[in-house]
Write a protein that binds this ligand. Structure first.
Ligand code: ADP
Ligand code: MG
Length: 246
């Protein structure tokens, strides 16, 4: 589904991602962990092309974009490639003057040019799916942080992306609201949606991950099954990281 080949990202002189290789199978869940500043968010940003890689290539499905010297893709290729991904960020980026339903329907209307009735019907179905059917007419400030994140998930799914990306979706939430968001994500993993999730929720990670990727200083130090990475980590750095969290 997704493959990342020798991907590097530099900001000026600073190399933030160094020759990343990563393969994500269709319908699988990949959990990305690692210390703060290791490049996890930048990796997601290079997959959804909010940041452009400096080197390397990304393939989603049968489409491939090459960023190596002399073959920088154009703006149109970037925009259409970007539509293959949906992203849920740490904070919510809902529009405050729009209801939950309008937030979810917006992309379908503005980008996909759906008529309003169809877009609203699909948005309502997605809100039902994340357990928020009763909240569709509320504005973001009338929703809890956990509910806002679930609206964010419905919105990301509205465009039917091939891959859903999550960047620490529960980090900004009060502890009692984390579970409801993880529960919705767990449901997605059972539906065969392809997920790449940056999170510090290790118990969740060990339950749902098909693949765990540990990043450090812009590189993938190790990757494998949850049993490999959590159960018998091969690197001291990973052991220390996991010990600090537990
Ligand atoms: P993580 O998500 O793992 O905490 P990030 O991907 O946010 O790490 O950041 C990785 C490194 O890249 C950090 O050293 C950060 O300061 C740097 N960085 C991130 N975004 C930018 C940017 N826009 N300009 C310059 N440096 C950046
Ligand atoms: Mg980050």
């Amino acid at each position: 589904m997704l493959s990342i080949e020798r991907l590097s990202k530099r900001y000026g002189d600073m190399e933030v991602l160094k020759e990343i290789h990563l393969t994500v199978g269709q319908g699988t869940t990949t959990i990305v962990i690692g210390p703060s500043g290791s490049g996890k968010s930048t990796l997601l940003s290079c997959i959804n092309l909010l940041e452009l890689p400096t080197e390397g290539a990304i393939r989603i499905g049968d489409r491939r974009l090459d960023f190596s010297e002399g073959s920088k893709p154009g703006q149109r290729a970037i925009l259409s490639f970007r539509q293959q991904t949906g992203t849920v960020f740490q904070g919510n980026y809902l529009f405050p003057h729009m209801t939950a339903l309008e937030n979810v329907a917006l992309g379908l209307i503005a980008v996909k040019r759906w008529n309003k009735a169809d877009a609203r019907a699909k948005a309502a179905a997605l809100l039902d799916k994340v357990g928020l059917g009763a909240c569709r007419d509320r504005y973001p400030h009338q929703l809890s942080g956990g509910q806002q994140q679930r609206v964010g998930i419905a919105r990301a799914m509205s465009m039917e992306p091939k891959i859903l990306l999550f960047d620490e979706p529960t980090s900004a939430l009060d502890p009692e609201l984390v579970g409801e968001v993880l529960e919705v994500m767990k449901q997605l993993t059972r539906e065969g949606i392809t997920l790449v999730v940056v999170t510090h929720e290790m118990e969740f990670a060990s339950r749902v991950a098909d693949q765990v990727v540990f990043m450090e200083q812009g590189a993938i130090l190790d990757s494998g099954s949850p049993a490999d990475i959590f159960g018998r980590p091969r690197h001291d750095r990973i052991r220390h990281f996991l010990n600090r969290l537990s």
